[in-house]
Design a protein around this ligand. Structure first.
Ligand SMILES: *Cc1c(COP(=O)(O)O)cnc(C)c1O
Length: 484
């Protein structure tokens, strides 16, 4: 029978100096609750006769005190934390897509810390409009007449459909009724907007005549959706944009394109990794009336949905009540404008992290990989080799893209790749790696240059912890120590 009399009363715990200090900081109720939980946990340990459970009243009181402090700290721990992306997927949606440029972070910090002219016209000294922000840069970079900013591309698409097509028909190819990035399903967005979906063509082939045959006086617009996250091969066909635009315009209908990735397609900016990725400029040049894209994909900015195109249509969309629900805050405008300003100046483009990652040469990655491997050379039982591999764009851009990189392949004697990968994820900051051919691999393409040393330290600390845990485990496995 375990000795539960070791467990101190809650009252006696609360008067211990460290616990009393914690109560002044966290409040007496929260500390009392933590004390009850700690006492319950101790009772359970004693019942299970755990080998390391306290054996005296003093040790039990101390155990509970430590546990209370730990529980209170865990209650304050932030859930969202920094992660080192060593996966080589540049626009990793699960890891927050595009990292921001230093200039963008600076602008965010400045407007976050104080007031800003978000909806205030400084010249007139009176109320202004938040939608003026970013519009000038967006129109000058894309050549569009007007632009608006919503919370993300899904919101932008919903907003456009609601404003221009609620209660009427939207013609869309069956080959474009896609789902993108967990949850963005074109038919669902359509029904939420109140528009009536009019599907035409087949999964693999849709011709301009299919669209033409569906046009009636119920038609509000023609929708085109970029096949962001997949590639169709074989017997496929869809009209080119210019053909579709000509058809729409013949019937005075707008052509709206959900382009997704947001590649600006600026003159002289060629990125081999992107292949023939469609650009906003190309779409507008082909005659598309409104184009919606994400701000945090190839644009390398904050989460946002950007709509660019005809002034009269943008004005109608802006007046819809949903605009208020999907508008963005001053932080988003600050980050977006700063990012767009970098795109507007050729020498500054390399400050945009995603652009730098997309254009970083294999030689540069290999040089950095060697430096990281050199830093890891002291780690016991760890083998690091530099091997050839591929990076991917991700984030619904350039589907099927894969272009050369160098990987650091890690293997730790006696430890599975899964075990090592898990340890790296448990580190702070967490390192997210890939497993390939029974090895943990790190792609420095998506690691920011100033994180190389942090990454190397994270790997060696994780290896040390695994080695320490192994020797602990082998100790406790030695005969006589634990009952079998
Ligand atoms: C990524 C993507 C979306 C979703 O964009 P969010 O900014 O994540 O809302 C919608 N449509 C297409 C074509 C996309 O590529």
């Amino acid at each position: 029978m375990p000795d539960f009399r070791l467990i101190p009363s809650i009252e006696s715990v609360l008067v211990r100096p460290a616990v009393a200090a914690a109560a002044r900081r966290h409040g007496r109720d929260r500390v009392t609750e933590a004390a009850r939980q700690a006492a319950d946990e101790l009772r359970a340990r004693l019942r299970r006769r755990e080998p390391r459970a306290p054996e005296s009243e003093a040790a039990a009181a101390e155990w509970i005190e430590h546990r209370i402090i730990a529980l209170l700290a865990a209650g304050l721990a932030l859930s969202l934390t920094r992660v080192i992306n060593a996966t080589g997927v540049v626009l990793h949606t699960n890891l927050g897509r595009a990292p921001l440029a230093a200039e963008a972070i600076g602008c965010v910090a400045e407007v976050a810390a104080g007031y800003a002219n978000l909806e205030y016209d400084l010249d007139a000294g009176e109320r202004g409009h938040r939608h003026v922000h970013a519009e000038r840069l967006l129109t000058s970079l894309t050549g569009a007449e007007a632009a608006l900013v919503a919370n993300n591309n899904a919101a932008a698409t919903l907003l456009v459909l609601a404003a221009l097509a609620a209660g009427r028909e939207v013609i869309v190819s069956r080959g474009e009724l896609v789902e993108i990035g967990g949850g963005f399903r074109v038919p669902d967005v359509m029904s939420q907007s109140g528009a009536v979906m009019r599907e035409v063509g087949t999964t693999n082939r849709t011709r301009v005549n299919d669209y033409a045959a569906a046009i009636s006086d119920r038609t509000a617009l023609i929708l085109r959706v970029h096949p962001s996250n997949f590639r169709m091969e074989g017997f496929t066909e869809r009209p080119d944009l210019a053909e579709l635009a000509a058809l729409a315009h013949r019937f005075s209908l707008p052509l709206f394109e959900d382009l997704g990735s947001g590649w600006l397609g600026l003159e002289g900016v060629d990125v081999a990794a992107l292949g023939d990725e469609a650009s906003i400029r190309q779409s507008l040049a082909a005659g598309v009336d409104l184009v919606a894209v994400s701000g945090d994909k190839l644009l390398g900015g904050p989460q946002a949905g950007l709509v660019v195109g005809r002034r009269d249509l943008i004005d109608r969309v802006r007046k819809h009540p949903l605009m208020r629900a999907v508008r963005v805050d001053k932080l988003t405008y600050a980050a977006l404008e700063a990012t767009l300003a970098l795109w507007a100046q050729a020498p500054a483009r390399s400050h945009i992290p995603t652009y730098r990652m997309l254009t970083m040469t294999v030689d540069e990655i290999e040089r950095r990989a060697r430096a990281v491997v050199a830093r890891l050379s002291g780690a016991p039982s760890l083998t690091c080799t530099i091997i050839e591999g591929v990076s991917t764009v991700g984030g619904g851009a350039a589907p099927g893209s894969a272009w050369p990189t160098r990987l650091i392949a890690l293997s730790l004697a006696g430890v599975s790749p899964d075990g090592l990968e898990r340890r790296l994820r448990a580190h702070s900051p967490a390192v997210v790696a890939r497993i390939q051919d029974q090895q943990v691999v790190l792609d420095l393409r998506t690691v920011q240059e100033d994180e190389d040393a942090v990454l190397a330290d994270a790997v060696s600390e994780s290896v040390q912890r695994i080695n320490a845990a192994e020797s602990d485990a082998s100790l406790s496995k030695s005969p006589g120590k634990t009952p079998r």
